[in-house]
Design a protein around this ligand. Structure first.
Ligand code: FAD
Ligand code: MG
Ligand code: MG
Ligand code: MG
Ligand code: MG
Length: 551
């Protein structure tokens, strides 16, 4: 019992003494990971099992292979092929799993307040202590304060996909039921997707494929003409985070497929059977419109979980981003005790405030020259040093600092051969603005998890060799490991028997080849051999027998 709320503190686990390996690990530093998604699992797969006493806390007892989730909504893939029990992953590293939610972190006491609802309706709350904490709790669907979202479906969890699948098949049966009017049939078979990002687009494409490929074989052919698929997108394009060519291709593709794409349209509210939205016409005047629906998918982006907000709010001096927990380039939560709390994946962002960092560095120059930063003039040689320092600290700035000399002359506005305070500020701001924030993707969460897993293994080694004063006084992460760099490996989206691929301005669109490329990329990202085998079987089964039309 202890902590600010006097709750029981979990000191030992049921299986700590079970075998020699577990006994050893229970004497190691306690590494606690919140979440069982992409970030968490990548970490678990990369950390050395014998270095830490590892605990995963998550209300979800499985890893979910999210990129394939849209395919599960219409039976192209089976649900079980997309999930992997977290206990199986944890067991391979002698770790522990607690099925519960983290509610609050007591950073001073290094305790996590954990809660789980029990079958009798009561709640069990306790503290889990940590030495190192990794927050990888992901994000939740964004509601944008629109009314009536209780009528909508979402697509983030396996339960969401199951509900959609049930509704699709139920609506088909209701449409076939004697006594259903033509108008009602049309409504039941109208699918409205709010949000033109990859999830919404892929769901629309999957639905469309399903209606074309399987519906006519199994349901009355008449239904085919009554089906409609609509995408309501607030911006001018769908897939607007992708290359322009890709977004145009997707548009064309959908036009041919007669998927109705409504751009510059803002959803005002969702009623039980219709979506009310306003759309700008050619003259830029907003007109109110409505679309009856049988199923409405809400996928307009993501927002913070409560625990994420709470963590960010715990460090008001250091956390300034409203949309994520900010970390430094070593993925440590800014403001938290150094080396104790990390954040990865959708819930986090890496702060790249070069300007602030460099002014700290400049102070030492200015001090040597007996002047202040504001009055200091930077020579070309000093600028080179600064650039080297920036590149080391912020590897993602590399590409913007390739031509160090050109930058110097470009920003030396008064041609003095030196950079004054305002000139340097302008230069650094320019670089800062070019460094985009990290995308909320599995790709990124996976890379960050891998990075932390490898670093923690290195850190454990370092604890054995570093002198005590180095551990206490120095920045150990910086001493033993490089900062995190994100490598963009391209984005993919499925647009109906074709895939679009976007990689640093190169875009690729195509028919069957792209589809197989798309699949093989995700095969490679897939977590286990079991998952691969299951996905492969699903595609084979679908190829031979069509989709499974039972919910
Ligand atoms: P998640 O994978 O979401 O995991 C978060 C975990 O934290 C979950 O296990 C959750 O249960 C747990 N959790 C939540 N609250 C708490 C709490 N209080 N305490 C403890 N645990 C908690 N990305 C791509 O790169 N390519 C794609 O093609 C792609 N397609 C997608 C399709 C869909 C339908 C969706 C929904 C997402 C897709 N994404 C894709 C995005 C990708 O899934 C996310 O970016 C990724 O899951 C983020 O990983 P994460 O570890 O941060 O969070
Ligand atoms: Mg995770
Ligand atoms: Mg996930
Ligand atoms: Mg996360
Ligand atoms: Mg000058």
């Amino acid at each position: 019992i202890g902590g600010p709320k006097n709750l029981p503190i979990l000191e030992s686990y049921l299986d700590d003494e079970e075998c020699e390996a577990k006994k050893i690990s229970s004497s190691k530093p306690r590494l606690v990971i919140l979440g069982s998604g992409w970030g968490a699992v990548a970490l678990l797969k990369n950390v050395n099992p014998n270095d830490y006493h590892i605990t995963v806390i998550s209300p979800r007892n499985h890893f979910l292979f999210t990129p394939m989730l849209p395919s599960a909504t219409v039976g192209t893939l089976e649900f079980r092929s997309l999930v992997e029990p977290i206990r199986r992953i944890v067991a391979t590293i002698n770790g522990h799993y607690i099925e519960a939610s983290a509610e609050k972190i007591e950073f001073n006491d290094r305790l996590i307040e954990v809660k789980q609802g029990l079958p009798d309706g009561s709640i069990r709350a306790f503290y889990v202590p940590y030495d190192k904490l990794v927050v990888a709790v992901g994000s939740q669907s964004n509601t944008h304060g629109v009314d009536g979202l209780e009528h909508c479906n979402f697509l983030k969890t396996i339960e969401d996909a199951r509900l959609i699948r049930e509704k699709v098949f139920r609506n088909l049966e209701l449409a076939c039921l004697p006594g259903t009017s033509e108008e009602e049939r049309k409504r039941l078979l109208s699918f409205v997707v709010c949000g033109g990002g990859p999830t919404g687009v892929e769901f629309a494409a999957e639905l469309y494929d399903f209606f074309n490929e399987d519906l006519c074989n199994t349901y009355p052919k008449l239904l085919r003409n009554l089906v409609s698929v609509h995408i309501v997108q607030s911006q001018g394009h769908i897939l607007n985070t992708y290359d322009e060519k890709i977004s145009e291709y997707a548009h064309e593709r959908f036009k041919n497929d007669s998927i109705d794409v409504l751009t510059n349209a803002r959803v005002k509210c969702v009623e039980a059977d219709r979506v009310i939205f306003s759309q700008k016409n050619a003259e830029g005047v907003a007109e109110n419109k409505e679309l009856p629906y049988g199923l409405c998918l809400w996928s307009t982006g993501v927002t913070l979980c409560d625990i994420t907000k709470d963590i960010a709010a715990s460090f008001p001096q250091s956390q300034h981003n409203r949309r994520a927990i900010e970390t430094d380039t070593h993925l440590r939560v800014l403001g938290a005790p150094l080396g104790e709390v990390y954040a990865i994946g959708d819930c986090s962002t890496v702060r790249t405030n070069i300007t602030e960092h460099i002014f700290e560095f400049l102070k030492t120059y200015a001090m040597k020259a007996n002047t202040t930063v504001e009055k200091f003039e930077i020579t070309f040689q000093q600028w080179r040093d600064i650039a080297t320092n920036i590149k080391r600290r912020f590897p993602q700035a590399n590409e913007h600092l390739r031509r160090v000399d050109t930058l110097f002359t470009e920003f030396d506005e008064d041609h003095s051969g030196t950079l004054g305070f305002s000139e340097l500020t302008a230069l650094l701001k320019n670089i800062d603005s070019k460094m985009t924030s990290l995308p909320a993707t599995a790709q990124r969460a996976n890379q960050q998890g891998q990075y932390l897993g490898r670093k923690f293994t290195k850190l454990a080694r370092a604890q054995e060799t570093l002198a005590m004063d180095e551990i206490v006084n120095k920045d150990v992460d910086d001493l033993v490991y490089k900062p995190f760099v994100y490598h963009h490996l391209g984005s993919l989206a499925y647009v109906g028997n074709a895939a679009v691929f976007d990689f640093n301005g190169y875009s690729l669109v195509g028919g069957l080849v792209a589809v197989y490329l798309w699949r093989s990329v995700y095969f490679a990202q897939s977590v286990s051999f079991r998952t691969r085998a299951l996905l492969f079987m699903d595609w084979l089964t679908r190829g031979l027998f069509g989709r499974d039309i039972t919910p």
